[in-house]
Structures are given as structure tokens and as C-alpha cells.
Write a new protein. Structure first.
Length: 326
């Protein structure tokens, strides 16, 4: 069974490794030798910085049982100390050759590359001496390791895991149910507030867009705030002295201007209030007088039309004396 799965996986990888027609070529022909090329085939891509610049045109076996790869690429001006890496696009993806400049640092492990000023493709510089294999692991190897791992888990191990879980959660059913209920409440609350949350996010997005659109103005505002803060900090003591002087002036104004006349102002207010009270008590008499004057002004001219007349009136003010004849 395990062998049939591995064979099926190999079939998938071979199918994935088949290259599409339309291989890209160029005027430059270079070679590189690998210890193992996996399922790399003719017409697979050659890339520089993940950009396709050519294709594999030939694969042959050397006398020391290595794979010599011939590539046709564009003139990409790579140095002669370039490194060829055998890579794979993904677990099921096809392999390709990646070319890059030599990096002798320990991180890249490009031991053996020698920096040179020569250009790749010039005379005596058509072969790449340093090669690496950094492709993703073959799917059949991954599947085989997974089968071995699952096969190593015995029934007793599973029983032990189940027993351990039951011991760990024993007697805590109420807590687990409460936790699930709380999560349900929180999820329901968030679901009910979806529209509000979207509105808030949209508002934040609009505010951020508005602020970003006026970044120059914001920069100037920050500069102005910085300058204002510096001015206030430099004149802090002067501001404190000014506020203290204003406080003393207000206190002196209260002591010298307002306090001596408080009683007089209070007396005048009370007298005005008394006068207004008397006027309010005699408002009917005042209204009667005003009505009488109004009638006199309009009725007398009507009694002597187009003529002149002298009219005399006597007004006597009646006081509170009951013997006065009014």
C-alpha cells in the first residue's frame, strides 16, 4: 500500500514537472553541473531574480555520473562567478534553474566561488563552477515520511492520548460549558454590531484618507505647534508673572472700587424697588388718566370743527385727607 502511494505521488510530480511549450532562449549558451537534478527536464525555465531569462536546452550525464545542464539565456550581464541553484516553485511545482551573483558569505554557503571582473559568457567563462540545490522536498519523500510517522503511532499511544485528555478535563464540564457559552455571547454581540463596526472602520478609513491627502498641512501644523510650544516654554516665567499681576489688580479693584459702594448700591436698589412697587399699586389710576387724556385729545377737536376754541381744565390732586373735596 505504501509503495503504491509513493508511485502515485511520483506520477503527480512527473506530471507537474512537464514543461509547457514556448521555451524562452537567447544568444548566450552556458553550462552547469549538478550532483542530482531530480525531475528537471528540457525546456524548464532559467530565471534571474525570479524573472525568466532562458530555458534548459540539454541534459547529459558526465563521466563521473553527474548531470550537466546546458542553458540558452538572454545576455543578462551576470558576472562570471555566478552561482546556479536548482529550485522548485512549490511542492507540486516544476523545477527551474536560478542564476545569481556569487556571495561567499556563510549565509549562502557559496564556497569555491571566486569574485572576478569577467562577464558570464565571455571566452573561457561559459561554465558555472558553483551549483547548489535548494528546491522544496520531493512530494514522494514527504508522503513517505508522513506514512512512517503515522505508522509509528500505535493504538496504545492513541489510547494514552485519549486517557490523558479525559483526566485533564474530568470534572470541568461546567467550566467548559461556561466558556463555550461566553464565546457564543461574545460572537453574537459582535455579529449584532457588524454594521456599526463597518461604519467605524469606514469612518476611520475616510479620516485617514483625509489626513493623508493633507499631509503637507499636517506637517506644517506640527511645525507650528512645535514652535509655539518652544515660545511658551521660553516665556513661561513671564506668563506666570503676568497672571500674578492680573490677580493682584483684580483684588485691588475689589478692595478700592467695589467694596466701599456696596451699601450705597444696595440702598439705591431698594429705593427703586419701593418706587416700582407704588407704581404697580396705582396702575389702575394711571391707566384711567391715560384713557381720559386720550379721549380729551380726540374728542375736543370734534366739538368745534374748523374753528378755534380755548379750553381750560383744572386738575386737583386728591390726597389721603377724607375732608378734602375733590
Amino acid at each position: 500500500m505504501r509503495r503504491s502511494i509513493a508511485v502515485a505521488v511520483v506520477g503527480l510530480v512527473v506530471a507537474a514537472g512537464c514543461s509547457l511549450p514556448g521555451a524562452k532562449t537567447g544568444p548566450l549558451t552556458i553550462t552547469a553541473t549538478f550532483t542530482d537534478i531530480g525531475d528537471l527536464v528540457q525546456n524548464h525555465a532559467v530565471q534571474v531574480a525570479d524573472v525568466r531569462v532562458g530555458s534548459v536546452t540539454k541534459i547529459e550525464l558526465t563521466s563521473d555520473f553527474k548531470a550537466k545542464i546546458t542553458m540558452s539565456i538572454e545576455d543578462v550581464h551576470l558576472p562570471a562567478d555566478a552561482v546556479a541553484e536548482l529550485r522548485q516553485t512549490s511542492l507540486l511545482g516544476e523545477k527551474f534553474i536560478s542564476l545569481r551573483a556569487c556571495d561567499p558569505s556563510p549565509a549562502h554557503l557559496d564556497a569555491g566561488c571566486e569574485p572576478t571582473n569577467a562577464k558570464l559568457g565571455e571566452k573561457n567563462h561559459t561554465d558555472i563552477p558553483v551549483t547548489r540545490t535548494t528546491e522544496a522536498p520531493e512530494l514522494e519523500f514527504v508522503a513517505d515520511q508522513a506514512i512512517r510517522l503515522l505508522g509509528g503511532v500505535a493504538v496504545n499511544d492513541l489510547a494514552t492520548l485519549v486517557q490523558t485528555g479525559s483526566v485533564g478535563f474530568a470534572g470541568r464540564g461546567a467550566e467548559l460549558r461556561g466558556l463555550v457559552d461566553d464565546l457564543a455571547v461574545v460572537s453574537a454581540g459582535l455579529a449584532d454590531q457588524t454594521a456599526n463596526i463597518q461604519t467605524i472602520i469606514d469612518g476611520l478609513d475616510q479620516a485617514t484618507s483625509a489626513l493623508a491627502a493633507d499631509s503637507t498641512g499636517l506637517d506644517q501644523l506640527l511645525v507650528n505647534l512645535s514652535a509655539t510650544t518652544k515660545v511658551l516654554a521660553d516665556n513661561r516665567q513671564q506668563l506666570v508673572d503676568t497672571l500674578q499681576a492680573l490677580t493682584r489688580m483684580v483684588q485691588a479693584q475689589n478692595d478700592l472700587v467695589f467694596d466701599p459702594y456696596v451699601k450705597q448700591v444696595d440702598l439705591q436698589i431698594k429705593q427703586v424697588d419701593a418706587i416700582l412697587g407704588k407704581v404697580a399699586e396705582g396702575r389702575s389710576e394711571v391707566a384711567l388718566l391715560i384713557d381720559w387724556i386720550n379721549k380729551f385729545v380726540y374728542k375736543v377737536p370734534q366739538g368745534i370743527p374748523h374753528q378755534f376754541a380755548q379750553v381750560y381744565a383744572w386738575f386737583a390732586a386728591c390726597g389721603s385727607d377724607p375732608e378734602a373735596h375733590c
